[in-house]
Design a protein around this ligand. Structure first.
Ligand code: NAD
Length: 245
């Protein structure tokens, strides 16, 4: 489907991306048909703070999975590239992502608001010390299944938002401001099931923006969208966001 006139004319597009934009790069999503949680509902425990803090076995499994994501030989795909091109057209108001994989930045997007943090950094749950994940994975590889904080001995986790944790207030505030100040909110590759990120669609809608949803499966917000596109992101986005002629 080509872009309707109002989308081609949009000048301040706010993008909210989710795990679905990275599946064509080889990173599984959570809730899609091949999603990590669809295949193993128990996997949700790995990103639930209370489970993670209380159970060393959960942490051991978690580091192995994090290693897969942080060191995977994955490259951005045409969906990520379409958003770099959109910024170059001067039509991107903000890029908000729920993803933790860093692929938007790898594609060349700048000023990405990472609502749920990044898997490339590690943080101590006691003292807040931060370090690159490579340092921690090296210790895992050297035989420490559950490495402790080198500063205070506390429990380490990736610098991603776990269930039971709040989002960084500065990041969600900036995201809400962008959503309230756009002419189109484009949600792409997200099941829109995780709040407060999903609520940004309502923020934009309430402020008068049009809403576009590009996702293979239905979402709870399809009813308020002006356009719902159920195609593969890598083919749909370059067409929908092509420069206006
Ligand atoms: P989700 O797994 O809940 O939903 C992804 C949606 O994308 C699904 O509805 C699926 O049908 C759709 N989809 C998948 N591939 C698609 C494609 N090629 N074309 C069109 N649609 C496609 O993901 P979410 O809403 O982002 O929520 C999951 C949470 O998990 C997020 O908070 C995120 O932080 C985290 N997560 C991140 C990554 C990543 O960084 N790549 C991967 C998995 C999960």
């Amino acid at each position: 489907m080509d872009a309707p006139d109002w989308l081609a004319a949009a000048r301040r597009i706010c993008v909210l991306s989710g795990a679905g934009i990275s599946t064509e790069s080889g990173i599984p999503d959570y809730r899609g048909p091949d999603g990590v949680w669809t295949r193993d509902p128990d996997a949700e425990k790995l990103v639930t703070l209370s489970w993670y803090l209380r159970d060393p076995e959960i942490r051991r499994r978690s580091w192995l999975l994090r290693r897969e994501l942080a060191t995977a030989d994955v490259r951005p795909n045409p969906g990520h590239q379409a958003l770099v091109d959109l910024a170059q057209q001067g039509r991107l108001r903000a890029l908000l992502t729920q993803n933790i994989d860093g692929l938007h930045q790898a594609a060349g997007s700048t000023d990405v608001l990472e609502l749920h943090g990044t898997v490339h950094q590690v943080v101590c749950t006691s003292c807040g010390a931060r370090m690159p994940i490579g340092e921690v994975l090296a210790r895992v590889d050297a035989g420490e299944p559950d490495p402790a904080c080198p500063v205070c001995g506390g429990v380490l986790k990736t610098a991603t938002v776990y269930f039971g944790e709040a989002l960084d207030p500065a990041v969600i505030d900036a995201a809400a401001q962008a959503a309230a100040d756009c002419d189109v909110l484009l949600a792409v590759g997200t099941s829109l099931g995780v709040h407060p990120a999903a609520g940004l669609v309502e923020v934009a809608h309430a402020a008068g923006a049009r809403v576009v949803i590009v996702n293979a499966e239905p979402t709870p917000y399809d009813g308020l969208a002006d356009l719902v596109v159920r195609e593969r992101i890598g083919t749909a986005l370059p067409r929908l966001l092509a420069p206006p002629s």
